[in-house]
Design a binder for this molecule. Structure first.
Ligand SMILES: [Zn+2]
Length: 242
């Protein structure tokens, strides 16, 4: 299988996984930097993630224009993917989600998402939520629907793994599809646990050193949950990559 065909398959697998794990619903999307062409990335046509097939994946440039594939409807928010790839050469994959469990933190600037367990060390350094109103004015629909908003979001993300978006959702990045998928899922899990802990009192979070060590350990084994999630949600695509 070519590297592009593998990337198309991974995007379909990740879309099914994230839908199956209730991180994406009818909305949200997954992309991967193009494995062979600088300045391009791969993403599904505008379609619910639970329905995405490898053949739905199209090639876009960093200006959000389709460069290969049929003329199909595209995700309005493709610019957030493009501008993150443009700004962060270390990022190979991006997941954008509207998962409701993250929204309380996206709506509360005074409460940062912080790593509360060893599976979530990547959350250390997560900035306060990006506010579209700071860039699009008070009457926008909050969507990242142009390159300027995408660039503003990418700048707000900085070197972090996740950026929350007020009144909207969050975006997770990684050095692989498996890593970005893991981070999108465990961001939502962390928010569930963190919210529960806050109701009990004053939580003790992972220190910066603990978060770094825990993240290195988890990422060295990211193939394990990926294999499980593929079996649960994407086994009909055939052989699971290990
Ligand atoms: Zn969105």
């Amino acid at each position: 299988m070519s590297s592009v065909a593998e990337a198309r398959l991974e995007i379909a697998q990740a879309s099914r996984i994230l839908a199956g794990e209730a991180i994406l619903d009818a909305f949200g999307h997954v992309s991967r930097r193009h494995p062979e062409r600088d300045g391009h990335f791969l993403i599904a046509r505008a379609r619910a993630p639970a329905l995405v097939e490898p053949d739905d994946v199209v090639e876009l440039d960093f200006d959000g224009r389709i460069v290969s594939g049929p003329d199909v409807p595209l995700f309005l928010e493709r610019y957030l993917h493009a501008e993150i790839y443009r700004r962060r050469p270390d990022v190979e994959a991006v997941v954008h989600s509207h998962a409701m469990t993250v929204l309380p933190f996206a709506a509360t600037p005074s409460v940062l998402v912080r790593p509360i367990c060893h599976m979530c060390g990547f959350l250390h350094g997560t900035p306060c939520a990006f506010d579209a109103a700071d860039h699009a004015g008070p009457g926008s629909d909050l969507l990242i629907r142009n390159a300027a908003l995408g660039a503003a979001l990418a700048e707000h993300l900085g070197e972090a793994a996740v950026v929350l978006m007020r009144g909207h959702g969050y975006t997770a990045v990684g050095a692989s599809i498996a890593m970005a998928t893991y981070r999108a899922i465990y961001t939502a899990r962390n928010c569930e646990v963190q919210l529960a802990a806050i109701t009990l009192g004053d939580p003790v979070y992972l220190s910066e050193a603990e978060a770094s060590a825990a993240d290195a350990s988890a990422m060295s084994q990211v193939h394990r949950p990926w294999e499980l999630w593929c079996m649960r949600h994407a086994s009909h695509f055939g052989e699971i990559q290990k």
